[in-house]
Design a protein around this ligand. Structure first.
Ligand code: KMH
Ligand code: ZN
Length: 275
């Protein structure tokens, strides 16, 4: 079986220090959390950025400042900026980090209810626009699918030339408004992607570690981090993103799966090696 790629979603756009005081906002905090995840075994950092007061932003200047600071400490890590940003942002606002030519970025494959009156909007034309931008700039999309219909959308847009193969999916499971994190639904999603595709699974809240174990056994990859879950176990806050990654590494060890380093992750995902 392929080695396991662990992605750390260290910050997100919605989770706050009120949920867990270790949620990073400042440049120094972002570097601390990225390093803790990397040192524990993460090879990809899924990156949202905040201003120092915690406000989410897609400002490319802020992205560059934080990417440069992370790279200075951990030069070989794969940095995957979000193009989802936060609910309510415009397409061009969300796309700003693609101007920095990252190796990867997320591409959200459909619209969903996001709790209360919030709607995370990704029309078909938005997905096409983002897909074209990523092809133009040679960025590998991580296809964020919050429901089965989003996989189907990605497959249709692949046939129309907006997304290149081999595709890499992220099943985000357990979001209020998206597919649940039950094993039955995981089996449904992972059985719905092409045989040459790869996937990672991001279980939200209490689904994080059960779905990590399922993906480890199945040969998939795993995303954890404060964006998705702030608890190490029931009622116990994680002290860092690194603690969440360490738990995945322990599960993988018990289940006989080796962990990919960034070089190996690039090979698995078909990214260019870095010099
Ligand atoms: N913050 C959510 C509205 C992504 O990173 O691409 C969108 C999100 C998805 O987190
Ligand atoms: Zn995200």
């Amino acid at each position: 079986m392929e080695k396991l790629i662990i992605t750390a979603a260290i910050c997100g756009a919605e989770v706050l220090k009120e949920h867990n005081p270790a949620v990073p906002y400042t440049v120094a905090e972002m570097v601390r959390e990225a390093k803790s995840a990397y040192n524990a075994g993460a090879s990809i950092i899924h990156l949202h950025v905040r201003y120092d007061d915690g406000t989410p932003t897609q400002d490319k200047v802020r992205f560059k400042e934080i990417i440069d600071a992370i790279r200075a400490e951990i030069p070989d890590v794969i940095i995957q900026p979000s193009t989802g940003g936060a609910v309510g942002m415009t397409n061009d606002e969300r796309l700003q980090p693609t101007e920095l030519n990252p190796e990867m970025a997320t591409l959200d494959c459909g619209t969903l209810n996001f709790g209360g009156d919030e709607i995370f909007e990704n029309t078909e034309n938005t997905i096409k626009y983002f897909g074209e931008r990523m092809i133009e700039r040679g960025i590998k999309p991580e296809l964020e699918c919050f429901d089965k219909s989003m996989i189907d959308m990605a497959l249709r847009l692949h046939k129309k030339g907006y997304i290149k193969a081999p595709m890499h999916f992220d099943f985000v499971m357990g979001v209020n408004g998206g597919i649940s994190g039950e094993l039955r639904d995981f089996v449904f999603l992972r059985g719905s992607i092409p045989s040459d595709a790869t996937y990672t699974v991001a279980g939200i809240g209490r689904y994080e570690f059960p779905l990590a174990a399922a993906a480890i056994i199945d040969g998939g990859h795993v995303r954890v981090g404060f964006e998705d879950n702030v608890y190490l176990s029931k009622g116990v806050l994680a002290k860092s993103n690194g603690e969440l990654v360490e738990k995945v590494v322990r599960l993988a060890k018990e289940l006989g799966r080796e962990i990919a380093n960034p070089h190996e992750a690039r090979q698995i995902l078909g990214l260019k090696p870095i010099k």
